[in-house]
Design a protein around this ligand. Sequence first.
Ligand code: CTP
Length: 414
Amino acid sequence: MALTAPPPDLPVPSRPLRRWVLGVTGGIAAYKAAELIRLMVKAGLEVQVVMTAAATRFIAPLTFQALSGRPVATDLWEASEGAGMDHIDLVRQADAVLIAPASADFLARIAQGMADDLLTTLVAARSVPLFLAPAMNQAMWQNPANQRNIALLKEDGAYFLGPGEGVQACGEVGLGRFWEPTMILDALAPVLGWENAPDLRGKKVLLTAGPTVEAIDPVRTLTNISSGKMGYALAAAAVACGAEVVLISGPTALPLPEGCRMISVRSANQMRDAVLDEIHDTDLFFAVAAVADYTPANPSGHKIKKTGEALTLKLVPTPDILATVAALPRPPFCVGFAAESQNLEEYAKQKRLAKKIPLIVGNLAQRALGRDDNEIILFDDQGSHPLPPASKSELAHHILKHAFALMRQHTLSS
Ligand code: CTP
């Protein structure tokens, strides 16, 4: 996905917005709302799903009911506990309304103040902030009538999350893609009370993420099982805080976080070269990648044939990218990661001192690898700071906040 608009100018609520009405409208992207609900629930938010009739043609309410743990509301006319006043009740109980995905038709209807089904009615009856994550064909997005509706909705105070640019479900390319659920959540971080998001405008954040892949021969490699999720979550969090973000990544199955510049690499040596090319104007460097510590000394140019004998591979050490950056004459603020299988505290502290970095994030490899959530401890000059278990998106915001605060202290004291 290509670069998109900067993070929206979100409201600063007096208290975190924890109770959400999530409206799902009809469109191919409706299935992505399932992942969004899962992430929202995981982040500790209450999610009441409301679907339009068109949305139920794309995905069954039962899916959202199972994910949100609450019955899904679809019908304006269904008799209920609220004395037939579902729309008012749902909005009274919510801190915010998010429509994701929001179709062109739905935007048109709410821009005109229509209230002819449950979701349009509760949008009309609300007094809480309205967030809209649009998804539609690029020609529909550009259509002047749609653009007029968007301008009207913005004028009325709605906040737009997306759309992104890229290949669409219909095969066309352009603006109109639904933001990835993690991006939506990251963009909402400032209103979720995860932290007071640091202001990273004007700062460059460079990250390494994912595994590296070391060639043995043209068809065989040495690699590891890092998914890249933590690095990508941090990149997305840094974008949401306004930074210029460059993500240097080994191969992963993850979508590029919206608003990042991505440099794809395979080996540890390629990753080191890409980092050194980008480092000169970097303010914050996060070494999240699981870099291979060794690489085959003489990768074979041709496929190694089976001989029936034992095969000995000679491995040589790879460059330590983080230590190299930290040893530069004027290094950026460096944050390392220590994934250990035992003795976390001892090894993480040793690693921080050995690599001469101000902050290291310690986690247990078996608890972290490939998962969406994690439990981490931050180690700095002041000691250790354990964080409660949380989604990687949420942890990314905490890490960023801690790193930024330390970076400011370092700048002030140097
Ligand atoms: N790292 C790096 N370059 C390497 C190895 C590691 O930049 N060649 C970075 C990682 O991105 C991480 C930190 O160093 O931020 C620690 O990585 P880890 O693999 O846990 O530590 P190692 O120094 O490789 O030590 P060991 O494998 O012995 O635990």
